[in-house]
Structures are given as structure tokens and as C-alpha cells.
Design a protein around this ligand. Structure first.
Ligand code: EPU
Length: 342
């Protein structure tokens, strides 16, 4: 590259975050290749600037403007490897749209990520929070992640195990800023069983013979279910679930269940994941709105930006919800999106 990286100053991030918050980046650059990425990071390091790597901006809240360099990773590419009778490995550039890749794999007849249709954001953002929906998680198919390790300046490949995934969590989330993901590899299969157990999906297919469903059919079903419940960020800005479903001990779950027999959650042998949407709904927040921000009227876990709300408006609302859930149920809700900006 000649002339250094292309850097713009004071760029509005409004269209680059799905909550539609009108924050700005002091410096902004788009990286279409690993070289672009290295150049831009070197430029920021030389000036001792903070950096923020942006995927689709669908899992963060700008609390204010970002002083430093915002770097959008737009590295594209879809490549098949190790194509065998049944399985194949799909390598995806970090800047690809996650949802487009789900449809691409499903239409090719490969199974494994169809339940993750319509999740907003890029491929590079998917491992950070180990995206999950309708009984599937990214970690179920992910082979490895290639990332630029900012601690060493080297490109490294981290195995699924090294990514240390758990519910909405990963190594990348626990070390913000250290790894810039450039590509992801997934192992897909033509024959693995489709996962239709999640209540909404089971209901969707309840009057159909599911023996001959294709992964594309399941992706379409997931899209229909999501569209019914979750607001489209391009119509009503949001970041999906605003809180994680809290995980509590089975004894606490049983005690709660005694007091609230209709409580929603997913208990197993030792712990239970409580449906945060249910807790928030019970506190009367579903459908709440002030003149700027609110709680979605069909999914209490989704905060929405009705009209030019800023990050503080959203965070104030989140904090009031957390206080109510804490005082009513004794449960602390943890926010899912990252908070950035000054
Ligand atoms: N519920 C309510 N009130 C509501 C909504 C739901 O009481 O307003 C209760 C219902 O009993 C329902 C239960 O909560 O059965 C669970 O609701 P839902 O099936 O919508 O799932 P969720 O636990 O609220 C999680 C993910 C979503 C994902 C869905 C489907 C988290 C934090 N959220 O939501 O992920 O799409 O399951 O698998 O785990 C996201 O992460 O952004 C996201 C949208």
C-alpha cells in the first residue's frame, strides 16, 4: 500500500451501529485486507490512539463519541475446503454478513448453522459472543478462528477449544481489543440431524412432516419466527437481547419456582438458565416507552431506540430494569452488548 491507510476524521457512526446512536468516531478506517488492517493499527499505535474494531455494530452501545480509531473489518471471502461425501469446511472472511453466509451454506445443502439465520452482524463478530439461537450455538460447528493478535502483531489460528466458548462468552470477549478476527472456519455436514426441539420451532413445524426438511427450510422457519418476535434493526433500532439469561443454582431455581410456578427457564441437573425476558416482563416493562427509548412490546429482553435516543438514554433504562429485577427476584442481570465510547 502506498501513502498509508485511508483514515477519515469525525465520521458519524449512526448507520454503523444497529441501535442507531448518533455517536462519532474521531478517526475511522475500513480494512478490506490483512494489510489494510495492519497499516491502520500501526498508524493508531504510532499515535498512541485507542482502537475499536467494529463488525456490524449489532452488539454494542455507544455511550458517547469514540476518541481514537474505529476500524471496520470488511475482509470478504467464502471458500470451501475438505469437501468430502458428507462434510465440508467453510472458511468465511470476517467482514461477510453472518446471515448471508447462513443462507449460502443452507442453500448448498449443508447443515449446522441454519438455526442461526437472521442474527445481525458480521462473521467476525459471531465468535466474540458465541452467537446462539433456537438450540444452536456457533461453537457447535466452529473449527477455528484466525485473528491478528495485537499483543504480538502476528496472525494466529485459535482452535475451537482455545476460543474457550461458553454461553454468550469467549476468549475474545474476555480480552477486548487483543484479537482482531480476520476469518472463521466452520465444519458443516449434509446429514447431521436438524435441531427442531426449541419450542418456537417445534410449534412452527407441529403440523408438518419434518422428515424431508432441508436446512434451507429450517432457516426460513427461523426467519419467520424471529420476524414475529424480534424487531428488525433497520425499522426499529436494537441490539437483540440486551441482557444474558442469568444462570442460577438449581436450588435457587426450585425456590423461585415455588414462589412463581409459571417462571420460564431452562433447568438442567445442576444449574438453570432463567428467561430474563420473563423476569423483565413480570416487572411490567414490556412495551414501556418514553419519548426516546423503550422495551419491545413482543420481547421484553430487547431494548429499542424509538427516536434519537443516545447511549445514556439506553443505559439509564437498562439500569432501571436491572434494579427492578434485582429487588423483585434477587437476580442480577448482566448486559449482553459491550459499552464503548467516552
Ligand atoms: N418470555 C416472556 N416475555 C417476553 C418474551 C419471552 O415471558 O416478552 C418468556 C417466554 O416464556 C419464553 C421465554 O421467556 O418462552 C424465552 O423467550 P425466547 O424463546 O424468546 O428466548 P430468550 O431466552 O428470551 C434467547 C436468546 C435470543 C434467541 C432466543 C431463541 C439470550 C440472551 N437470548 O432469548 O438471542 O434468539 O433465545 O433461541 O440468550 C440475542 O442474543 O440477541 C438473541 C436475540
Amino acid at each position: 500500500m502506498t501513502g498509508g491507510p485511508l483514515i477519515r476524521e469525525w465520521v458519524s457512526l449512526r448507520s454503523k451501529n444497529s441501535l442507531g446512536i448518533a455517536a462519532s468516531a474521531q478517526f475511522f478506517s475500513q480494512a478490506r485486507s490483512l494489510e489494510d488492517l495492519r497499516d491502520a493499527l500501526n498508524w493508531a499505535d504510532a499515535k498512541d490512539l485507542k482502537t475499536l474494531v467494529l463488525g456490524g455494530g449489532s452488539n454494542l452501545v455507544f455511550a458517547g463519541d469514540f476518541y481514537g480509531l474505529v476500524l471496520q473489518v470488511s475482509i470478504l471471502g467464502r471458500r470451501w475446503h475438505e469437501v468430502e461425501n458428507d462434510g465440508a469446511t467453510l472458511e468465511l472472511g470476517a467482514g461477510e454478513s453472518w446471515h448471508d453466509c447462513v443462507l449460502y451454506a443452507a442453500k448448498a445443502g449443508y447443515r449446522g448453522i441454519e438455526n442461526l439465520a437472521l442474527i445481525p452482524g458480521t462473521v467476525g463478530a459471531a465468535p466474540v459472543q458465541n452467537i446462539g439461537a433456537y438450540g444452536a450455538e456457533l461453537k457447535d460447528t466452529l473449527v477455528d478462528v484466525t485473528a491478528l493478535d495485537r499483543a504480538t502483531g502476528k496472525s494466529i489460528t485459535l482452535s475451537n477449544e482455545a476460543c474457550d466458548f461458553s454461553y454468550r462468552d469467549s476468549l475474545f470477549k474476555r480480552h477486548p481489543g487483543r484479537y482482531v478476527i480476520t476469518s472463521v472456519r466452520l465444519r458443516l455436514s449434509r446429514s447431521r440431524p436438524l435441531q427442531l426441539d426449541y419450542r418456537d420451532l417445534a410449534e412452527y413445524f407441529s403440523d408438518q412432516d419434518t422428515d424431508h426438511l432441508t436446512p434451507a427450510d429450517v432457516a426460513q422457519a427461523v426467519m419467520a419466527v424471529r420476524r414475529r418476535k424480534l424487531p428488525d434493526p433497520s425499522q426499529l433500532p436494537n441490539v437483540g437481547s440486551f441482557f444474558k439469561n442469568p444462570i442460577i443454582s438449581i436450588s435457587d431455581w426450585q425456590a423461585l419456582q415455588k414462589r412463581h410456578p409459571d417462571i420460564a427457564g431452562y433447568p438442567d441437573d445442576s444449574v438453570a438458565k432463567v428467561a430474563a425476558a420473563w423476569l423483565i416482563d413480570q416487572c411490567g416493562w414490556k412495551g414501556y416507552r418514553d419519548d426516546k427509548v423503550g422495551v419491545h412490546n413482543r420481547q421484553a429482553l430487547v431494548l429499542v431506540n424509538h427516536s434519537d435516543g443516545n447511549g445514556q438514554d439506553i443505559l439509564n433504562l437498562a439500569s432501571r430494569i436491572r434494579q427492578d429485577v434485582q429487588s423483585r427476584f434477587g437476580i442480577e442481570l448482566e448486559m449482553e452488548p459491550g459499552i464503548v465510547g467516552d
